[in-house]
Design a protein. Structure first.
Ligand code: FAD
Length: 267
């Protein structure tokens, strides 16, 4: 941690297990998911569906396991494991194949610049995506410090917010277009089925489609079709051409400045 889309490491694992199950090899393979974080997925609504697959594939879950070193030729991985009392110790695990998600960080030209926060990310207002110190700078994407799931789906919703707010700034007005933290993680739990996690700040569910059509918290064939067949078309023909009708941002008639907001709190 931190990593892009928290589902990304799991997608490869579930698809591999599905293949091994279909080819009658899974019984001879021990699969372990070692996660630096404390749980399977940050948004509780999606955990039951994922746990069904963890059980189906007989995956051993290991939390608070931070990978610190890999000995490739010796096929050994070293983890720093933190227990319930917060004590850490090193353990080694032998592997035959390991799939690793390296920790994510902003590029050096951002982290070494005055634009970065203490952790090295572009320092942005989470709603307007305006820089917290430089009003003529806006940011979006993985390099920002906004606490959303770092996904291309998030960029898709952030881009129109930045566009609207830049236009307002050029007119000398305060930014009023709002990003609510949308991100999406299509979890490929088996070939042909996806758990389509869509959520915003604070883990609030933000489904694009009505639940009678797609129930995001359950594995769905329609979600797989959406990702495989529809999203590439939407990406190339709508999103990149700025014609995306489902990504329109909320624009407030008035957004209190930080000063006004703290005055209101004091009262
Ligand atoms: C395995 C995996 C699966 C994923 N699955 C999904 C998914 O299913 N759905 C989803 O929505 N998202 C998914 N994501 C996340 C998604 O890929 C990212 O959130 C998205 O690409 C972020 O876009 P970005 O433009 O902010 O950053 P990037 O795509 O990382 O683009 C940054 C660009 O800047 C370039 N760059 C860096 N330094 C410099 C420099 N000094 N000068 C010039 N250029 C530079 C880099 O080469 C790169 O091209 C996944 C990510 C991973 C790793």
């Amino acid at each position: 941690m931190p990593i892009k889309c928290a589902g990304a490491p799991q997608k490869a694992m579930y698809l591999a297990c599905d293949h091994w199950l279909r080819t009658q090899r899974l019984d001879n393979i021990d699969v372990e998911f070692c996660n630096a974080g404390p749980g399977l997925f940050g948004v509780a609504d999606y955990v039951p569906a994922l746990m069904e697959y963890v059980k189906k594939y007989n995956i051993a879950l290991q939390f608070q396991h931070t990978l610190t070193a890999i000995d490739g030729p010796g096929k050994t991985a070293t983890f720093s494991v933190t227990d319930g009392e917060g004590e850490s110790r090193e353990i080694e695990k032998a592997f035959e194949m390991i799939h690793v998600c390296p920790p994510q960080k902003a590029p050096k030209f951002i982290s070494n610049s005055p634009l970065a926060d203490a952790a090295g990310w572009l320092d942005l207002d989470p709603e307007t995506l305006q820089h917290n110190h430089y009003g003529n700078i806006f940011g979006l994407g993985d390099a920002g410090n906004t606490p959303n799931a770092k996904t291309a789906a998030a960029v898709r919703k952030q881009a129109p917010v930045v566009a609207e707010n830049v236009l307002l700034a050029l007119k000398g007005e305060a930014p009023r277009a709002i990003y609510a933290g949308y991100g999406s993680c299509p979890l490929t739990v088996e070939k042909g089925k996806i758990v389509l996690a869509e959520f915003g700040y604070g883990g609030k569910l933000q489904p694009t489609f009505p639940t009678w059509l797609v129930q995001g918290t359950r594995p769905s064939r329609l979600s797989w079709l959406l990702k495989e067949k529809m999203l590439p078309w939407i990406y190339w023909n709508a999103m990149l051409k700025g014609k995306e009708w489902l990504a329109e941002p909320e624009i407030l008639s008035h957004r209190p400045t930080k000063h006004e907001a703290s005055d209101a709190l004091d009262k």
